[in-house]
Structure formats: structure tokens, C-alpha cells
Design a binder for this molecule. Structure first.
Ligand SMILES: NC(=O)c1ccc[n+]([C@@H]2O[C@H](COP(=O)([O-])OP(=O)(O)OC[C@H]3O[C@@H](n4cnc5c(N)ncnc54)[C@H](O)[C@@H]3O)[C@@H](O)[C@H]2O)c1
Length: 272
């Protein structure tokens, strides 16, 4: 008998707010699929122009054509770990769209394992993409926002692993907690220019990053049992949070961690 998890059964109840992001230009990293793709779609539905960037240029192209009927989407191949590429694409996308108002640092990779198992190559790759990549993009986007003098949004996709050590995710936790502080430092440096910086902390949603792992019903059951809400989140729910943070309704929110976890992080000591 096939097993249908609570997560698979749940259908996200989200409603984009038409026009809420009208006139804003967003650049999203790692947006060809998964959470980044959902954020791109949501931003387009709310009226933003969106540069869909990804290391996988063909997948970025496919995403932009798929979303062309929704709004002004463009595709760019951009590896966030390459500073030259980040600076070039950021400049070209800004020129094409008429500036960048919203950066979403979403691109991320994970190699599972404990601290002692972590190979130096995997460590360096996770730091290069999940942390240094976000640093490159933040600097490049903030420079544009400061020149534009019309404020801006820096939105970083962290994780509950930004907040708490998570088993078998050693280097990932360390990179994502660095991203948390990058977000806070940026918040302090740019607040007087009307640029906010916030960290989204999802516990999880099924995407290519974990699909294989969670195709094992036992692994899914175990994970759901550790989340008080009894299910994982959805990419559409995470995108809804990103759209709120990107909107003017969130003008006063900066340096914050927006935890999206069905109670998982709060429950750390509850079960003891
Ligand atoms: N899915 C989850 O459960 C979960 C939970 C917490 C946080 N996150 C975070 O959300 C973000 C998105 O993850 P996802 O689950 O959608 O994964 P995903 O694998 O579906 O998507 C990640 C995207 O990033 C791209 N990418 C990888 N390396 C890149 C690079 N160097 N430059 C540019 N793009 C690159 C990939 O090509 C892919 O399109 C990541 O930062 C991840 O750590 C995911």
C-alpha cells in the first residue's frame, strides 16, 4: 500500500495580493526550481518584475518561459560563488529592469553529514554558495540600491539550521548561521537608507534538495513526528512570507528572523 504523508496531503492555502509589489524589480538567486521558483512566481503574481537567476542557466530559461504569462520574468545564468559573474549579471539585470529593489539570496546547497565526516571540499562548497555567495550578492545589490536612493529589500533564505544545531547538517548549519549574522549586519548598516534585511528560516519543504531523502516513508514519518504541526511547510507558504517581507507592509521589519517551521524550533526542549 502506498503511503501518503501529512505533508503530501496538505494543500497550501495562499492568495497573492495583486499589485502589492507593482513597480518593484526583484533578483532571486537559485530561482530555477524549488523555493526560489515559488518566490519568483509569487512576486510576479504581485506585480514585480523578476530576474530568475541560477547556476543552471537552461533551467532558469525554462522557468522564465513557464512564468512569462504571469509577469515580466527574465532568465540569467549566475553562479553566486563567482564574484565576477555576480557583479556582471547584477549590473545587466538592473540595466534591463530599471534597477533592483529586492534581492532574494536563495541559492543553497547541502551535503549531509556530521562535523567529523565533513570533507574539506564539501565544507568549502557549502561556504562558497550558502555564505560567500550571499555576501557577493548582498554587496552587489546593496551598492545598486544605495545608488538608486529608493530603499530596498535584502531577503535571505536561511533555515531553522541558522538558529539551532541540526544533526547531520554540520557545515550547512555553520554556513546558515553565518548568513543569519550577515542579514543582521546588513540590517544595521542599511536601515537609514530604507533598505531592510531579513532572514527567512524554513524548517523544510519538499524540493530537489531533499526529495530523494524524503521519498523514504520512514524518513518522512520521523521528520513529521518531530514537527509539532505534523507536517513540513510548502514552497508556496515560504513564498507568501517572502512577498510580505518584500512589500511596504514590512517597512519596519529589519534584522529579523522569520521562522516558518510548524513549531519545530520552539519544541527543541519540549520533548526532553
Ligand atoms: N527545502 C528545504 O527543506 C529547505 C529548508 C530550509 C532552507 N532551505 C534553503 O532554501 C534554499 C532553496 O533550496 P530548495 O529547497 O529550493 O533547493 P533546490 O535544490 O530545489 O533549489 C536550489 C537552487 O539553487 C541553485 N544553485 C545551487 N548552487 C548554486 C550556485 N552556486 N549559484 C546559483 N544557483 C545555485 C540550484 O541549481 C537550484 O536551482 C536553499 O538556500 C536552502 O538551503 C531549504
Amino acid at each position: 500500500m502506498s503511503y501518503e504523508s501529512n505533508t503530501a496531503r496538505y494543500k497550501a492555502r495562499v492568495t497573492p495580493v495583486p499589485g502589492r509589489l507593482a513597480g518593484r524589480n526583484a533578483l532571486i538567486t537559485g530561482a530555477a526550481r524549488g523555493i526560489g521558483h515559488a518566490i519568483a512566481e509569487r512576486f510576479l503574481r504581485e506585480g514585480a518584475a523578476v530576474a530568475i537567476t541560477d547556476i543552471d542557466g537552461a533551467a532558469a530559461e525554462a522557468a522564465a518561459s513557464e512564468l512569462a504569462s504571469v509577469g515580466a520574468a527574465s532568465a540569467w545564468r549566475m553562479d553566486v560563488s563567482r564574484r565576477d559573474e555576480v557583479e556582471r549579471v547584477m549590473g545587466e539585470a538592473a540595466a534591463r529592469m530599471g534597477g533592483i529593489d529586492i534581492l532574494v539570496n536563495n541559492a543553497g546547497v547541502i551535503v549531509f553529514g556530521s562535523l567529523m565526516e565533513c570533507e574539506i571540499g564539501d565544507w568549502e562548497r557549502m561556504m562558497a554558495v550558502d555564505l560567500t555567495g550571499a555576501f557577493h550578492c548582498t554587496q552587489a545589490a546593496a551598492r545598486l540600491m544605495l545608488e538608486q536612493r529608493r530603499g530596498g529589500r535584502l531577503i535571505h533564505v536561511g533555515s531553522t539550521a541558522s538558529l539551532l544545531p541540526t544533526a547531520q547538517q554540520a557545515a550547512y548549519c555553520i554556513a546558515k548561521s553565518g548568513l543569519r549574522m550577515l542579514s543582521k549586519v546588513a540590517a544595521m548598516e542599511f536601515v537609514k537608507h530604507g533598505i531592510t534585511s531579513n532572514l527567512l528560516c524554513p524548517e523544510g519543504a519538499v524540493t530537489d534538495i531533499n526529495r530523494e531523502l524524503l521519498s523514504d516513508p520512514e524518513a518522512m514519518r520521523k521528520l513529521e513526528a518531530m514537527i509539532p504541526a505534523g507536517r513540513m511547510g510548502t514552497v508556496e507558504e515560504i513564498a507568501a512570507l517572502a512577498a510580505f517581507v518584500a512589500s511596504s507592509e514590512a517597512d519596519y521589519i529589519t534584522g529579523a528572523e522569520l521562522v516558518h517551521d510548524g513549531g519545530a524550533a520552539s519544541s527543541a526542549l519540549w520533548w526532553r
